[in-house]
Design a protein around this ligand. Sequence first.
Ligand code: XMP
Length: 321
Amino acid sequence: MKIDEIKIEDLQSERFIEEKMREISSIVGDGIAINALSGGVDSAVVTMLAHKAVGSKLKTYFIENGLMRQGEPERVVSLFKKMGVTVELIDAKKQFFKALKGVTDPEEKREAITHTFYKDVFGKLVKENGAKYLLQGTNYTDVEETVAGVKRQHNILEQIGIDTQKKYGYKVIEPIIQLRKTGVRKIAEVLGLPEEIYKRPPFPGPALSARVIGEVTPERAETVRKATKIVEEELCDTGAFQYLAILHEDRVTGVKEGKRDFGFQIEVRCWESKDAVVGSPTRLSFDILEKLADRITQEVPGVVSITYNITKKPPSTIEAV
Ligand code: XMP
């Protein structure tokens, strides 16, 4: 299926919103649709469009997969509650960690997340609700990168030949597939979503598992979650496109309290980019880098080494997995 990109300069926000609401409402009809909200701008826009289009015929879920940032599930649910959207929190931590057990290859990791998300978690929710449709916030860049073979984005299904009806038992509706991130942010603002949503740095669908090299265990997810919190606190005023912490698989010798400590390495990345297609590292001051190194090694148990990635995308990608 050919998808026509709507470039930011051609995007007429009000018209786009009206058209998409009409489309969603005519497809869903008298049925029930479900969607997952992660709190990112893409899923937030889809949630709001569908909420406005079909009201209570939409069931919105936040899937707690054990890979979200600190406090994120509760924060997102309460933010949407204030906007009149009920979001149910589903605890699926065990299912995701079971699927990720022993998996170290990046693409296998993505496959494990995709399968758990669409088949196990959503398959069950769809059945329980008698829903026929899953709405999701796939955007133009997600499709482009997956089809080009850069990496498989967790939400790309139909475009790589997956028949969701046959495989999972429901159809997928993707209202923002013609837009890139800047277009999605514009729509979010026009829809009246708060600034903390439409200005939010991107966060990947596979969540922190895209930032753990090697096996993703609850303990390793917790290490990267703690480091992520510090990186976000220290870099949120830089105006950068995205900033993140990555947990490496190799360990290195360090010294803590005068004793050898064979510990973990965290890599910090901070990106300048418009739409994540290409990017370059932010020229952070050495003072900021030093503060990051001090805080992460002091506050995250087991970490003895911090590095800063100075590679452009390409050849790097934004996430590590
Ligand atoms: P990469 O790592 O491919 O990331 O340079 C480009 C942008 O996409 C985000 N990203 C993802 N988003 N599912 C998503 O929804 C994914 O599997 C995924 N992988 C990367 C990444 O954070 C960046 O903004």
